[in-house]
Design a protein around this ligand. Sequence first.
Ligand SMILES: [Zn+2]
Ligand SMILES: [Zn+2]
Length: 168
Amino acid sequence: MKIKISSLSDGVHNFNFDESVEELGLEEPFHGNFKVDVELNKLHNQIILNANLTLNANFDCDRCNKNYDDVLTSSYQMVYLSGTEPIDNGAINIIYLPFDADKIELDNDVRDYALLAIPMKKLCKEDCKGLCSNCGKNLIEGDCGCEHNTVDPRWLPLNELKNKLNNN
Ligand SMILES: [Zn+2]
Ligand SMILES: [Zn+2]
């Protein structure tokens, strides 16, 4: 993804990209096409770029193991300045362009922010209940009828005693 800037007038410009994740070099969990909506604001030797990413991904749920599709979004801002980069440039969101630069490249930034969009916790549903520890049924599909209240271990001896008494 490139944006030609050599003949760009001052002001706001919009660009839309729609490409396959393979073209960007992204692998699993990403699949299909992704979109990048770019708003670019040019003022003299400065360009402020705002990008919104939309990607399709496929995960296995951390709780119930079900495979599910998800749409991930991510956004970032990048400032492009003309000139030589100062030695102490610690700003990660500022890129220095040579004065004769005719385009800006988006691939690396889009790839980085796509990877950042992968959630730490992958859940098929916000309230996924996971699998029943007793029968293994996916509790999102309905209750299995098992007892899900775990018994406080301190009461176990008492329960045993009760069973004994009932059997006699
Ligand atoms: Zn789940
Ligand atoms: Zn069960």
